[in-house]
Design a protein. Sequence first.
Length: 323
Amino acid sequence: MILLGWLVGICILAAMVWGVPRLLLSAALSLYTIPAGLDREKLRSAIRHAYARKPYALAGAALAFSVAMIGYFTPVWDRGINALQPVLRDRMWLFAHVLTVTAGYGAGLLAWGLGNLALGYYLFGRYRLLPDGPVTGSDGVHRPAAGGNEVAAVQSPEPCIHLAGYMYRAIQVAVVLLTAGTILGGVWADRAWGRFWGWDPKEVWALVSILVYMVLLHGRYAAWIGNFGMAAGSVMGMISVVWAWYGTNYLMPIGLHSYAGEGSGGGLYVAAFFTANLLLVGAARLRYLREVRSARAASRNVESKAVHPAHRPRDMEPVATNA
């Protein structure tokens, strides 16, 4: 034991002798390299753009913490755990398929977090009336004048415009990863079970999740879905993802993908998650419609109080003077 202690101490001392001078040199050089790098316009612009995307950091940090806590307190280990089924022992396809799909779930989860943030703005944020003439918003979308139609009479809270763009990008990543992961899963299924696609519940809901996100992307690109639609759609997409991942594995253990076993439970938590999300969407929508109605009523009151030139009082008529 004494010899082992000496060996460990010598190794630590050697590491310090080798690493500490390099660490000090790097710290000294950073006093010049960091200001010199920040002096460049491109780097400053990149930092400004990154700082402007604070919602990404807020949603990502909150979701990462929540998922970590759920993973820590969830009793996933069972005393009666058995060996892996033979189909799951193919490490190459297991890593390729599962990691790709899980990364897609992460992108969808980020879009869900941004969507909930936007719905919070819709529910508690401040709305603004649009000016009388046509305007072009900060998102580059040309909007008609206020009063032209019901929705154009009020402008959503400003952060919702930017959050919709962030959700669009996150959903694009989710679609790419989920599609690639589903295709890899089909190739793996062909190798393991002799068929690429068998309409298994897991396969069906994987396809449903992709289609939900595809509808959002195409609707946004074609200007059929607005900012609120993106927020609500990101929530609906996450609901489909949760069912595709947890529901088909733990709540309906049928089909070839039911590796979790019978009666794993958790249905109450899933139902509470679905209900809370739908209630948030409904409450935000009601607030949005109320603001639209208030804006229309205010616009009508202003129009009714305006004095038409044909009915101008006589004491307001211009007086002609002779030069």
